[in-house]
Design a protein. Structure first.
Length: 349
């Protein structure tokens, strides 16, 4: 059996498509655990209606909105399946996702299966394929994938757009035994770290994984909507990401990881000025205030240290110029490049 965990918060616009895609899976041996995290719209009534019609669905209702990490942790505590999957409430999966993922795990005797996804816009669908062919990591090879969760290393820097592509919690099949054995793995609070709680979960999980299979099939459908549940808690993101980086550094120490992982994390911090810069540029302040925010970002000790170590020769020309401006604190150029890169990302995403 596979336990599929769906946290929800004010998801009435899209939750039906999500639930329908799960409950109509070709693999019917599943339990669907939905956590209504204090919704104030019609989400709760929709969930109750589905639960009354399908006994495979469990509903956890909470009066207070405690965040996506807390919701997932609540669902994990009651999951019974051999396998685990996580789906965001505004996304959906292809009809045979569970069947093919479990079949892949069993045929390879793997404890983890990963696949790619399709970005779903209002007017088009764009697959995001990480690698073109199936790949298997086993034994010591899993360490390279584990390290990738911390950040890109060497030639991986050529694709800044794939910074967290491997670290998402969705588009994976997990072994519940690995999650629960010993000190069970849980999600860090997004209200504390801002984002990337799934990356931290994967850092802990992949430290235990023995065999991982990647399938180049976009079975997951990721709705591009900046208003989604997973895009919340972005206030004071610099400070929250400091706590995120602290959590990752702590794991480097406790898991006794090497210099390549330390460098990968520094690369993550350096590349992270892009996301922080985009948020600064989307603020409601004046252009002068946005400029000051970008300048302050490039002057922060943590970012300056990481940028000073960033190897630029792996980047494509536009990325090289962007991170050159950040590395040397050329704020006017950085702001101009931020606008240009932002337009490219908006078009690509």
């Amino acid at each position: 059996m596979v336990s599929i965990i769906v946290p929800t918060y004010n998801s009435e616009r899209h939750i039906r498509q999500c639930l329908d895609s799960i409950l109509s899976q070709s693999h019917s041996d599943l339990e669907l655990i939905c956590v209504d995290d204090g919704s104030t719209d019609g989400t709760s009534e929709i969930l109750e209606g589905y639960a009354s019609k399908d006994s495979r669905m469990k509903l956890i209702k909470r009066q207070e909105n405690l965040g996506i990490s807390s919701a997932r942790n609540a669902a994990l505590s009651v999951a019974h399946g051999e396998w685990l999957m996580f789906i965001d409430s505004d996304d959906w999966i292809s009809p045979n996702t569970c069947e093919r993922a479990i079949a892949t795990a069993r045929s390879h005797q793997a404890d983890t299966v990963a696949w790619c996804y399709t970005r779903e816009f209002a007017s088009q669908s764009l697959p995001k394929v990480f690698e073109p062919s199936e790949r298997v990591w086993e034994g010591d090879e899993v360490r390279a994938l584990h390290r990738r969760m911390f950040g890109p290393y060497h030639k991986e820097l050529s694709r800044p757009d794939l910074l967290d592509a491997w670290g998402t919690i969705w588009s994976k099949l997990y072994s519940r035994r690995l999650v629960m054995e010993g000190s069970s793995i849980t999600f860090v609070d997004t209200r504390v770290v801002g984002t990337a709680e799934d990356v931290v979960f994967n850092i802990d999980y992949f430290s235990r994984a023995k065999k991982v299979v990647y399938v180049p099939e976009p079975w997951y459908h990721y709705r591009k909507d900046m208003g989604s549940y997973s895009n919340r808690h972005r206030d004071n993101l610099c400070e929250k990401w400091d706590r995120l980086y602290d959590a990752m550094e702590q794991r480097i120490t406790t898991q006794q990881l090497g210099d390549d992982v330390k460098e990968a994390l520094q690369n993550r911090i350096a590349l992270g000025v892009l996301g922080l810069g985009i948020i600064a540029m989307r603020s409601e302040g004046t252009w002068k205030e946005r400029y000051r925010s970008l300048h302050a970002l490039l002057r922060r000790d943590r970012q300056r240290q990481a940028l000073s170590q960033l190897d630029l020769h792996h980047f494509a020309p536009h990325w090289r110029l962007f991170y050159f401006s950040a590395k040397h604190c050329l704020t006017p150029l950085f702001m101009a490049m931020q606008l240009a890169i932002g337009r490219i990302i908006n078009k690509d995403q």
